[in-house]
Design a protein around this ligand. Structure first.
Ligand code: 13P
Length: 254
């Protein structure tokens, strides 16, 4: 069985002080060696402080982005090695806010995926359709295009370090969650795509997280779907009690 995985994407939120307090509360509830993988991705400037706050716990440190070149004249950007240097083990790439607010293309996301994997970071690669795609019946086609674009050149052996996150854009930060049936259908499509391109073994072992208004009261039903292997949580990851309740929902399903 795939190990369930709950990740918190803090986006551009918290102060250093509130972030450290939040991380400490989560870490206290997640000892190492637990049945569920847990990650938090704070804003870049707080990485070191959060790394210290979660030390010795079962929580891993993630980042919300990276740039695909190893170093050089890229003002404002952060490299994979810099992330590792401050304790990041994981990185979220291809998030819909990077795609649709910051204008990242599948090609750029593909380069970032390669860089993250080559650097030895665990990559949480996000895909998801917008509302007009869903209403127009194009959900599966959009997901296939994003998978194809983002994973071009990624080899089967690299999937041990890769998680896919399905985040329907219309469900992010809106309180409008995908129904368990909608989530399961999209996840089954993603797994089918992985099977077609990488074979059954990789498709069956790769985790696919759901993200989009995951809360304590809907987490168990969503994560309980056959092809849903955990959650990528935004708003509710900023409240320790809510994030811990979502982790506990996953533990209850493990
Ligand atoms: P919300 O949980 O706030 O909808 O955000 C989801 C998300 O984008 C996580 O990456």
């Amino acid at each position: 069985m795939r190990r369930l995985f709950v990740a918190g994407n803090w986006k551009m939120n918290t102060t250093k002080e509130s972030g450290v307090a939040l991380a400490k509360e989560v870490a206290a509830a997640v000892p190492s060696g637990g049945s569920v993988d847990v990650m938090v991705a704070p804003p870049f400037p707080y990485s070191s402080a959060i790394h210290e706050a979660i030390a010795g716990s079962g929580v891993e440190l993630g980042a919300q982005n990276l740039w695909y070149e190893p170093s050089g004249a890229f003002t404002g950007e952060v490299s994979a090695d810099m992330l590792k240097d401050v304790g990041c083990a994981q990185v979220i790439l291809g998030h819909s806010e990077r795609r649709h607010v910051l204008g990242e293309s599948d090609e750029v996301i593909n380069k970032k995926n390669h860089r993250g994997l080559e650097a030895g970071l665990h990559v949480v690669f996000c895909v998801g359709e917008q509302l007009d795609d869903r209403d127009g019946g194009r959900t599966d086609a959009v997901l296939s295009t994003q998978l194809e674009g983002g994973l071009t050149g990624v080899e089967g052996g690299q999937f041990a370090n890769l998680t896919v996150a399905y985040e329907p854009v219309w469900a992010i930060g809106t309180g409008r969650t995908a129904s368990p049936e909608q989530a399961e259908a999209a996840h089954a499509h993603i797994r089918g795509w992985l099977r077609e391109h990488y074979g059954a073994e990789i498709a069956d072992s790769t985790r696919i997280l759901y993200g989009g208004s995951v809360k304590p009261d809907n987490a168990a039903e969503l994560i309980g779907q056959d092809n849903v292997d955990g959650a990528l949580v935004g708003g509710a990851s900023l409240k320790a009690d809510q994030f811990i309740a979502i982790i506990q929902a996953a533990q209850g399903l493990s």
